[in-house]
Design a protein around this ligand. Structure first.
Ligand SMILES: *Cc1c(COP(=O)(O)O)cnc(C)c1O
Length: 383
């Protein structure tokens, strides 16, 4: 039954599921035990060791979705990111990170790494030369995020992995924005794929979780650190996440479609100054996105004409909610300057190309006509 050649939605629905042999229920039973009898003295089953039945089952599904041998599930995306980074970096090592990063990752590195003696550099641009320019003798890891938050920049995965090979470096990617539905970085030679499962995997804005997928060997290394740091996800939430992922394929494809149509609408709208969406031919990396992505994703950003008040615009929306986070089945919108990137200094934001009026849009699965009508009425109110 379990075969990685199955298609996306079959993997989402069934892969790794636990069998209810006693009652033959339709879904995986939930095992909440924190105490398990020793089958043999070697196997210590315990939630913090990432090896309860539900954790193991869901890890298999996530590994299959990302075309890897193994995966681990964490209590948050940041737990997956911090554990993966700390497993591959020690005092005296150096990491090169792309300049456009999720705000939390930027904060983790810039606020915490110094005390561990880990050196870091952010790139000046996104070309492989920009990454190469920052590589030092003690560099161990290259970290990328594509498409990035909030400007949807695209980093060339093949160029990054070629560079990593040349310098013998480990590559990590934050694949949250694409989700495994739209991008499988392993197929382009990336070593470690990280997700905030809070986003497209969860998909309903009610689960906080993270995941990392890679080879057995790399996952073992992250596990050895992770069991000491204690960042596992509770089994109940693991079980909910399994349920969410069953519909991830159809959800994300619907979100891709809505984002494409919304991007086209905004692009044609004379009240809109700029639209950032990799599915638009006008996006500078549209061709690259086509090469490495299967769909362009459900996220876009835009700037209204500078005469308009972007904060008031957001308040005037009726269907689209102004809120933190992203990737739920409901459409949400936010101002990166006021929220996700609010902790960055104005200079840091400017360096990442984030203007104060920028609006980040997470498309849900509502009817596109209703979403466009909502945007249109809120724009009309600004005139
Ligand atoms: C949300 C997010 C994270 C952090 O995930 P949490 O689940 O909130 O810890 C990391 N990277 C990206 C791109 C995100 O959107």
């Amino acid at each position: 039954m379990e075969n990685k050649k199955q298609g996306l939605n079959t993997i989402c629905t069934h892969y790794g599921e636990l069998k209810d042999t006693e009652f033959k229920g339709a879904v995986s039973p939930l095992y909440m035990s924190t105490s398990y009898a020793f089958d043999d003295v070697e196997v210590k089953r315990y939630p913090r060791y990432f090896n309860t039945p539900n954790q193991v089952a869901l890890s298999k599904k996530i590994a299959a979705l990302e075309h890897t041998e193994a995966a681990l599930i964490f209590g948050s995306g940041m737990a997956a990111i911090s554990n993966s980074l700390m497993a591959f970096l020690k005092a005296g090592d150096h990491i090169v990170l792309q300049k456009t990063l999720y705000g939390g990752t930027y904060n983790l590195v810039s606020e915490e790494f110094e005390k561990f003696g880990i050196e870091f550099s952010f790139t000046d641009g996104l070309n492989s030369e920009d990454f190469e320019a920052k590589i030092k003798e003690n560099t161990k890891v290259i970290y990328v995020e594509t498409p990035s938050n909030p400007l949807l920049t695209i980093t060339d995965l093949k160029a990054i992995t070629a560079l990593a090979k040349k310098y013998n470096l480990v590559t990590m990617i934050d694949n949250t924005f694409a989700s495994p539905v739209n991008q499988n970085p392993i197929d382009f030679g990336i070593d470690i794929v990280i997700h905030s499962a809070t986003k497209y995997m969860g998909g309903h804005s009610d689960i906080l979780a993270g995941a990392v997928a890679s080879t057995e060997k790399n996952i073992e290394r992250i596990f050895q650190l992770g069991k000491n740091f204690g960042g596992n996800l509770s089994d109940y939430t693991v079980w909910l996440l399994e349920r969410s992922i069953k519909t991830m394929g159809i959800r994300v494809k619907a979100q891709n479609e809505n984002a494409q149509k919304m991007a086209e609408y905004l692009y044609e709208n004379t009240d809109v100054e700029a639209v950032y969406y990799p599915g638009l031919p006008s996006h500078p990396d549209h061709e690259l996105a086509k090469l490495q992505m299967k769909g362009f994703g459900g996220m876009l950003s835009f700037e209204l004409n500078s005469k308009m008040d972007s904060y008031k615009f957001q308040q005037d929306l009726q269907l689209v909610k102004s809120s933190m986070s992203l990737a739920g089945v409901e459409s949400t919108i936010l101002s990166p300057t006021k929220t996700s990137h609010g902790l960055l200094s104005p200079e840091e934001r400017e360096n990442q190309g984030i203007k104060d009026g920028l609006i980040r849009f997470s498309l849900g699965i509502e009817e596109i006509e209703d979403l466009i009508a909502d945007i249109a009425q809120a724009i009309a109110k600004q005139k």
